[in-house]
Ligand binder design. Structure first.
Ligand SMILES: [Zn+2]
Length: 314
């Protein structure tokens, strides 16, 4: 969500990359930012080039010919052996076919785009709009799988929450982690059903909190420094958001738009829809835990109430 509504997370909004100009952002890692800035993408999608000579590309980015050309330009004279995809939102994976066609690299990812939970009426359009439905990896990775190239080893870490097939990759020799959109320094992550699920997202944060890598290279914006501490801020931020939603429900506010208005003060109007979906993600999680009740499956137009059960027993 927008930083304007969160003062509890120490965001880093610095950014000094120029679109489509490669720059070394960590030893052995170059970044090329696509020219697709926006309220959800910050300055644009980050594509990363790992290694020298025989290299891997992490997240080829949107289907934008200028970006594809500059990525290929950045690796001129080198061989691209591997392509890794963190997740299949339209700003991350649609350039894969063009990069693969130009390089012959093998494509690694968790799997095709899919929802985080069974689809309800009204969900399909949203899933199709955000997802790269044509994407298929050459090799599907499972949690803990490792892939080695020339001078580097990547460990695949399933991190669902933002997207069901979200995968982070630990670059073992560099002691850093490609975090995709799961953890970013500039903003919190959109968790929007049916692509995303709050219970998965929280579990994935807890999973990263137990890992040693001190630096994350995210799908948007500058590197995350002091990553373990930052992940703890993100966990506490969501717990605070959940507490605010429960507080509003306790006051008798029962629908998503009313709760969004009360909880997200000073929200960028372009993000009101996303805030509604994020609130829905919390409500889905609370309903699953038996803390909140609604009629039928949780929906953006549903009405919600606290159950009689004491909190935290779900
Ligand atoms: Zn993204």
């Amino acid at each position: 969500m927008a930083a304007a509504v969160t003062d509890d997370v120490p965001f880093d909004k610095t950014f000094d990359l120029v679109p489509d100009q490669p720059k070394e952002v960590a030893p052995g890692v170059r970044a090329v930012v696509a020219n697709n800035p926006g309220p959800f993408t910050f300055k644009g999608t980050m594509s990363y080039i790992l290694g020298r000579g025989k290299v891997a590309i992490v997240d080829p980015g949107p289907d934008d010919d200028a970006h594809v050309a500059s990525l290929l330009d950045a690796v001129r004279g080198e061989t691209v052996t591997h392509i890794f995809v963190t997740h299949t939102h339209r700003d991350h994976s649609p350039a894969v076919p063009k990069i693969k066609a130009a390089t012959g690299a093998e494509v690694f990812a968790e799997g095709p785009h899919r929802a985080s939970r069974p689809i309800h009426i009204g969900d399909t359009r949203r899933l199709d709009a955000s997802g790269d439905m044509d994407f298929r990896p050459d090799t599907a990775l499972k949690d803990g799988d490792t892939v080695s190239g020339d001078g580097w080893t990547m460990e695949a870490i399933t991190t669902p929450g933002h997207c069901a097939n979200h995968m982070a990759y630990a670059y073992k020799e560099g002691d850093l982690l490609f975090a995709g959109d799961h953890v970013m320094a500039w903003s919190t992550t959109i968790v929007a059903p049916p692509d995303g699920a709050m219970s998965d997202y929280m579990a994935s944060l807890e999973k990263l909190a137990r890992r040693p890598e001190p630096i994350y290279l995210p799908g948007h914006g500058a590197p995350v420094r002091d990553a373990q501490r930052y992940v703890q801020f993100l966990i506490r931020h969501r717990q605070g958001r959940e507490a605010s939603i429960l507080h509003r429900l306790g006051k008798g506010e029962a629908d998503v738009p009313t709760i969004v208005k009360a909880v997200y003060i000073g929200l960028d109007p372009r993000l009101v829809g996303a805030a509604g979906l994020s609130t829905l993600a919390h409500l889905e999680d609370l309903v699953a835990r038996g803390v909140v009740a609604t009629d039928g499956p949780p929906s953006i137009s549903g009405r919600y109430r606290l159950t009689e059960r004491p909190r935290g027993t779900g």
